[in-house]
Write a protein that binds this ligand. Structure first.
Ligand SMILES: *[C@@H]1O[C@H](CO)[C@@H](O)[C@H](O)[C@H]1NC(C)=O
Ligand SMILES: *[C@@H]1O[C@H](CO)[C@@H](O)[C@H](O)[C@H]1NC(C)=O
Ligand SMILES: *[C@@H]1O[C@H](CO)[C@@H](O)[C@H](O)[C@H]1NC(C)=O
Length: 426
């Protein structure tokens, strides 16, 4: 006789299983429909060129030229085969300084962003133009997988292995390649650069400088805007909500891993535009991560419009998972593949921590009270491990994660002081 089966599934796992079932059914349905109609839905959805609008798509270099500055695009190969699209403002048309010594500055965007972030504020307020006008050779990076860096020496973006990377690889390979390429291309025998990064642009810097400490010698000054390394005290509702489910090695994270996430195309753009509008009930989930609804009126709306029109710029789900792992574990450490693969990859069942004490270059931390993704206590915990840091705490209590890139007063509170520190060094 069959005994009573005790069902001790928690409510969550019931819901999650139901959700998974529905997703599986939906995917199966799409697959059948695709077979029947011979339409490649994946390609339709995934094609970043598949724009419906009639206006031509502007690239970063077009936007730079529109303001009268010279602009270049460069294809930069990484050691592991990715080809990154970098933009450069080699000199200022106002200074006509193409033959003068121009120290290099590399500026790196955050998660879901791209090089367009750094010029969106226009020639009077955007840090890229400010630095060009101060006589610098300005480079704008783009991480693998973003709009301008969907390229590889042997793999297509349709190849599943293309998306097997997190921000570890962006730091360890991409930023290293960008620095070396800029130094070689500048052609003025420079040995080191200035680095400015926002959000993920700081995480990848910490990864590179701690895993390949020889790169510290290639940094004159580094500016970490909204630094993200330790994450256990962050307040972001989105991260705190999904962290417990996806921030661990389990069935859900395995289903979700190593895929393209939020590519830049009209479908995703419309989806995010609609769900992140201030009046949307999902708006609070977008805070800090994509757009900003809480601080309406604090950002330059022209710049925000450019940002909204170019984001999300594409990433791998592993970047997102890796951040959720940090939030759950309280460590700043390598990607967690689960005990078995960790043992193979790292020789240890737990992933190794990043040795941040090896970051010996001059590192400026710019941080704020209202930052949803970089809590003060987490930044301070990181700072304790850095041997050569300078702390810059924002006075404005409302200053948040996105403000570091798009606040009305970003020139006054961030750009001007950063440029001044760089100038003092030179
Ligand atoms: C806002 O951004 C636009 C360019 O996108 C710029 O022309 C304008 O000067 C900016 N306004 C302020 C007050 O920063
Ligand atoms: C990929 O990189 C090569 C240079 O290595 C370049 O010629 C090509 O145009 C790039 N393709 C895309 C789609 O960016
Ligand atoms: C930060 O998070 C940790 C772990 O969740 C917790 O123990 C600690 O009390 C938090 N600190 C603050 C200041 O909130």
């Amino acid at each position: 006789m069959q005994q009573i089966i005790v069902i001790n599934l928690s409510l969550f796992s019931c819901i999650a299983h139901a959700l998974l079932l529905w997703i599986t059914l939906a995917i199966f349905g799409l697959y059948v429909a695709a077979l029947a109609s011979r339409v490649d839905f994946y390609k339709l959805f995934n094609d970043p060129q598949g724009r419906l609008s009639l206006t031509p798509r502007l690239k970063t270099d077009d936007r730079i030229r529109a303001h009268g500055y010279p602009a270049e695009m460069h294809y930069v190969p990484t050691e592991d085969g990715y080809i990154l699209g970098l933009f450069r403002i080699p000199y200022s048309h106002k200074l006509q300084n193409q033959n003068a010594l121009r120290p290099i500055v590399l500026i790196q965007h955050g998660l879901t962003g791209c090089s367009d972030n750094w010029i969106a504020m226009g020639p009077d307020n955007a840090i890229a133009f400010q630095l060009a006008d101060a006589g610098y050779d300005v480079w704008l990076g783009n991480a693998r997988g973003t709009t301008y860096s969907r390229n590889h020496t042997s793999r297509s973006t349709q190849h599943p292995y293309f998306w097997r990377f997190s921000w570890h690889e962006v730091g360890h390979y991409d930023i290293a390649a960008m620095i070396d390429y800029a130094l070689a291309t500048n052609g003025q025998n420079q040995r080191a650069i200035h680095y400015i990064g926002h959000s993920q642009g700081t995480t990848v810097f910490f990864v590179l400088m701690s895993t390949r400490p020889e790169y510290n010698a290639k940094i004159k000054t580094a500016h970490m805007l909204a630094p993200v390394a330790f994450m256990d005290n962050l307040s972001s509702l989105l991260v705190r909500t999904v962290g417990p489910y996806l921030g661990h090695h389990n069935t859900y994270s395995k289903l979700f891993c190593s895929q393209e996430f939020l590519p830049f195309n009209d479908l995703v753009l419309a989806l995010f535009y609609n769900s992140c509008r201030p009046e949307s009930r999902f708006a609070s989930l977008c805070d800090g991560v994509l757009y900003d609804s809480s601080t309406e009126g604090r950002t330059n709306s022209t710049a925000s419009a450019i940002h909204a029109g170019t984001s999300p710029a594409g990433l791998s789900t592993d970047q997102f998972l890796h951040y959720l792992q940090e939030q759950q574990s309280g460590h700043f450490r390598n990607f967690d593949f689960g005990p078995k693969k960790n043992l193979l990859m790292y020789g240890n069942e737990a992933p190794p921590d990043y040795p941040t004490k090896l970051i010996t270059c001059e590192t400026h931390l710019w941080y704020a009270d209202n930052d949803e993704l970089a809590a003060i206590v987490d930044v301070e915990r990181l700072a304790e491990t850095l041997p050569n840091k300078v702390m810059h705490h924002m006075e404005d209590e409302l200053w948040d994660h996105i403000d570091f890139a798009f606040n009305w007063h970003v020139k006054e509170f961030i750009n001007d002081p950063v440029v001044e520190i760089i100038e003092e060094y030179e």
